[in-house]
Design a protein around this ligand. Structure first.
Ligand code: HGY
Ligand code: MN
Ligand code: MN
Ligand code: MN
Length: 397
């Protein structure tokens, strides 16, 4: 990326959280800047488009302006940002890079440690980046210096493929909560402890995980409305509520030992924040009851929350017309029917929405598959996304 930025004479730097920036001032360096980017990091065993497609679309559109000599005529600064940590795989937090720029990363995040006890601060130091409380505060962008943030991203879902559309404009992003659940029981010999005398955290965890699935499949059957949740629209909740247990670990993890402890992660999302809270409230109560019945202890550690985000209508309609002009360039006269859709996946735009208005453009992906090596896109759809971003940037000339 730094080579490409050098090729286009972008001002290029890496900040203390490892975000990689490329900026061109244009004709008016004091005008509010358009920020455009996505994340450089990925999940484990990932595809190659989640994150990187947004960065490359932005750079390739700028390269066209650079090559045709119009980049200097931009009315406002344009800054491409490749965020360092969006997925939160290593530290089980997320948006570390973008949250810092938006000024919403708590200084305590620097002390979050990974499974081997290395903190965020240590990990950055290993890459000769020195993050402290002082310079973390300096990373925050002044909201008055930013016009907006846009992001191109693969949809990571099946809707655009199902509709037969290459591009889509994002109307909103579901909120998310990450929990870490630790169940402790009494460790014992697999051969000698009668079933009736076991306090087995593995069996308890299994029951909790099935509970999570049933509540999120049918929230209506579980949510007891005692008045404080009566303004939740169950329809919107049921249509968007998803819950995933992606990681589980046990101690001491030996086949002939009844475990002493089981820990698992919960990733819970919904477009309705109140609904998500109500589900977490209900789930916690039921999880504690199950553990009590099984005489095991249960700790529910709330690791991360990001509220649902509504994308800016002005940016969204500009992205919609940019998509239309790109598709018309490619396919001749077509209907302007670029769909708008919700995002169940989280994006750096959620963090950036605390700083400025945000808009997102989705690119169709094969079978809606993502967070997997099977992640794939059509070349012509990537071409369309690049042309759309170029069309958007040309409105800034
Ligand atoms: O987990 C997500 O939604 C995103 O891919 N970080
Ligand atoms: Mn991802
Ligand atoms: Mn992503
Ligand atoms: Mn033995």
């Amino acid at each position: 990326m730094r080579q490409w930025q050098g090729l286009m004479s972008l001002e290029s730097w890496v900040d203390q959280l490892g975000n990689l920036h490329g900026r061109v001032e244009g004709m008016n360096a004091s005008a509010e800047a358009l920020l455009i980017g996505s994340h450089l990091d990925t999940v484990v065993d990932a595809g190659i488009f989640d994150g990187s497609l947004g960065i490359i679309s932005a750079l390739s559109a700028l390269k066209v302006l650079n090559d045709n000599g119009t980049m200097g005529k931009l009315r406002r600064p344009i800054e491409v940002i490749a965020f360092s940590d969006e997925e939160g795989v290593r530290f089980h937090s997320t948006f570390l890079g973008s949250a810092a720029l938006a000024g919403v990363l708590p200084v305590t995040a620097l002390q979050i440690s990974d499974k081997s006890g290395v903190t965020v601060q240590d990990a950055l130091k290993e890459n000769s980046l020195e993050i402290t409380e002082e310079n973390l505060l300096q990373l925050k962008y002044d909201p008055g210096s930013v016009w907006g943030y846009i992001e191109v991203h693969i949809e990571q879902g099946p809707v655009l493929e199902w509709l037969g559309f290459p591009l889509g404009v994002v109307k909103g992003i579901a909120g998310q909560t990450r929990l870490k659940v630790t169940v402790r029981g009494s460790q014992g010999h697999a051969g000698t402890v009668p079933m009736s005398m076991r306090q087995d955290p593995m069996a308890a965890a299994a029951e909790l995980i099935v509970l999570l699935e049933s509540v999120c499949k049918n929230p209506k059957d579980f949510l007891s409305y005692d008045g404080h949740c009566n303004d939740i629209s169950l329809e919107s909740l049921s249509s968007s509520l998803v819950c995933t247990v992606g990681e589980i670990s046990t101690w001491p993890s030996a086949s002939n030992v009844i475990p002493g402890q089981v820990t698992f992660t919960v990733d819970l999302r919904a477009i309705d924040d109140m609904g998500r809270e109500a589900v977490i409230y209900e789930l916690s109560n039921q999880m504690y009851k199950i553990c009590e019945r099984r005489s095991v202890s249960c700790i529910i550690d709330r690791k991360h929350d990001a509220n649902a985000v509504v994308c800016d209508s002005e940016l969204s309609s500009q992205l919609k017309s940019a998509a239309y002009s790109a598709l018309r360039k490619m396919a001749g006269d077509i209907q302007d029917e670029t769909p708008t859709l919700m995002s169940g996946a989280g994006h750096d735009a959620m963090a950036m929405s605390h700083l400025t208005k945000v808009g997102m453009l989705f690119v169709r992906c094969r079978g809606g598959v993502s967070h997997s090596p099977a992640e794939n896109v059509l070349d012509e759809d990537v071409w369309a996304a690049g042309l759309a971003i170029l069309a958007f940037l040309e409105t800034q000339l």
